[in-house]
Ligand binder design. Structure first.
Ligand code: ATP
Ligand code: MG
Length: 561
């Protein structure tokens, strides 16, 4: 039993109206998520999933998953399993069992026969090219098929023969008999069934005719008792056809189609077809490449289900398609991780520092907080020694103005440890820096009275003796942010330098974490341990850098700047 809730978008307003008007028994709400198992889901589907499951939860209703598996030549079980995993990972529970449009092939066949008996469908012998050519366009009405006025008996017989395999692929189709002059081209006798000899991943070779999506979808919704069939706006012009098909359904409560805007995100490709092309042409390493907008890619990149759900809440629901800035998604993951991700020191691009006055074999343990914003996460001991690594970019031999990191003759503090001073730079014959020699002011250790002395720069560091090798994978956008729509194929726009591999060094605490753990590498961003990690050689993906440009932009907008 559902009750009206305060609506936060136009879909909920519609549902409230239906509850008020007693359209569905007890005001029940049953939504569905209907993926076609022909590829991996992407961030756009996340929005659809959050919307369908979110609305049902809000109204105490339920959500079905139904695979729209009406196109056997492109679909397979690998995708089915990946999609179910994705939905579960996002934190949603569907009503068991999982449904498949193919479960309804017998009923759909009967619905088609019923339409024929009602004089609303006919078998057409024209080829698909002929059907296309006679459809007309916005200015011109279509041309009626010469087979349009076959008798009901003949249509029933031919349709059954189609089912029984009497005709080759493409020889005949079943069409709706609507109106070849309709201003809505969708309504010009659309095809409902076609002959296709393809082995289906669930029904095998039982069928050689398959219903089209436009026919299968509304009737599958009706059979399941779906109340609100929420889909993207490009289906708006198909809504009359959705309702037309429901004539075959005798039930009292018919589903309603409601459309919402697709989600597009800057820099991200959200089309299954394009995603497949990138995978097949090896532009990326696979469907779960951390640069992809697939849910599998977002997960491997380090996005959390919480951050993705928060993102969908923030963008809201509208009817007008628009593109959301990727910065908003990045804001959501930073928000989620800032309090819960432990800190680790990792030097992503190491350069060696030798403390010339520090005892050779001495190892000290420095206490650092695991997360300054949450002291309950505790502290850890970080080994410190004579030989260390610092970040290459934290040293400049000839510093530019306002460079407060390490330069010859100047002092910096090593995070949580000592103030050191750069005395000497050791280079090879080619002039490349091999080591930086420094002296350590032994009276300045953090936490001791001598630590009072202030210097401008604080650097993160890793002791050489206990350092753990970490391959750091730094990602850039696949499609540059400043990219504008032009006529170039998207493959030409792909950023060839979107993956940068660095051979970093981390403090040993990192070894205590399992694959999939997320942390903040101090000053370097949020990272997740990747499944490519091996014993003594870890791999970490950078989820996102630390700088939050989107939040700043938002602030500016709010302040009216
Ligand atoms: P693609 O265009 O990427 O192939 P699709 O719409 O063909 O996507 P389906 O598997 O049919 O993929 O989609 C399942 C559901 O997800 C549909 O209800 C569809 O409307 C919705 N959906 C797909 N892409 C988006 C998107 N970018 N934003 C919001 N919802 C989407
Ligand atoms: Mg689709």
């Amino acid at each position: 039993m559902s009750e009206m809730v305060e609506s936060s978008n136009f879909i909920e307003a519609e549902i409230n109206k239906d509850i008020e008007n007693h359209v569905y028994a007890n005001g029940r709400v049953l939504t569905r998520f209907p993926p076609e198992p022909n590829g991996y889901l992407h961030v756009g589907h996340v929005k659809s999933i959050c919307l369908n499951f979110g609305i049902a939860m809000k109204y105490n209703g339920l959500t079905n998953i139904r695979f729209d598996d009406t196109n056997p030549s492109k679909e397979n079980v690998e995708y089915v399993n990946a999609i179910l995993d994705n939905v579960k990972w996002l934190g949603f529970k569907w009503e068991e069992p999982v449904h498949y449009a193919s479960d309804y092939f017998p009923q759909l066949y009967e619905f088609a026969c019923k339409l024929i008996r009602m004089g609303l469908a006919y078998v057409d012998d024209q080829t698909s090219e002929e059907i296309k050519e006679t459809r007309g366009d916005l200015e011109n009405p279509g041309v009626e098929s010469p087979w349009r006025n076959r008798s009901i008996e003949e249509n029933l017989k031919l349709f059954e023969e189609m089912k029984n395999g009497k005709y080759p692929d493409g020889a005949k189709v079943l069409r709706a008999k609507i109106d070849m002059a309709s201003p809505n081209i969708v309504m010009r006798d659309p095809v409902l069934y076609r002959i296709l000899r393809a082995t289906h991943h669930r029904t095998g070779d039982t069928w050689c005719i398959y219903p089209l999506y436009d026919f299968a979808h509304p009737l599958s919704d009706a059979l399941e008792g779906i109340t609100h069939s929420i889909c993207t706006v490009e289906f708006e012009e198909r809504r009359p056809l959705y309702n037309w098909c429901l004539q075959a359904f005798a039930g009292k409560e018919k589903p309603r189609q409601i459309e919402f805007a697709r989600l597009n995100v800057t820099t991200m490709i959200t089309s299954k077809r394009k995603l497949r092309r990138m995978v097949e042409e090896h532009v990326v390493s696979g469907w779960d490449d951390p640069r992809l907008a697939t849910i599998a890619g977002l997960k491997r990149r380090g996005y959390t289900p919480e951050s993705l759900r928060h993102f969908c809440e923030l963008i809201g629901i509208s009817k007008a398609n628009s593109t959301v800035d990727i910065g908003m998604l990045e804001y959501c993951i930073r928000e989620d991780l800032k309090d819960k991700a432990p800190r680790i020191m990792t030097v992503v691009d190491p350069i060696k520092v030798v403390l010339t006055n520090y005892p050779e074999d001495k190892i000290e343990y420095i206490t650092l907080e695991n997360n300054p914003s949450d002291p309950t996460i505790g502290t850890r001991q970080v080994p410190f020694g004579k030989n260390l690594f610092i970040e290459r970019e934290d040293f400049m031999e000839n510093p530019i103005k306002k460079f407060f990191r390490m330069t010859p003759g100047k002092e910096v503090r090593l995070k949580g440890a000592y103030i050191i001073k750069c005395d000497d730079v050791i280079k090879n014959k080619q002039g490349e820096i091999l080591e930086i020699h420094c002296t350590c002011d032994m009276d300045t250790r953090s936490g001791t009275p001598g630590a009072e002395r202030k210097v401008k720069g604080t650097l993160h560091w890793v002791a050489e003796k206990t350092a753990v090798e970490v391959e750091c994978r730094l990602y850039d956008y696949l499609i540059p942010k400043e990219d504008e729509e032009d006529n170039r194929d998207f493959m030409e726009k792909i950023n060839k330098n979107s993956l940068q591999i660095m051979h970093g060094k981390a403090e040993p605490a990192i070894k205590e974490y399992a694959v999939g753990s997320r942390f903040q590498f101090l000053r370097k961003g949020y990272f997740i341990l990747d499944k490519d990690s091996r014993e003594n050689y870890l791999v970490a993906n950078r989820i996102v850098g630390l700088r939050d440009t989107w939040a700043k932009e938002k602030q500016k907008v709010q302040q009216g700047k």
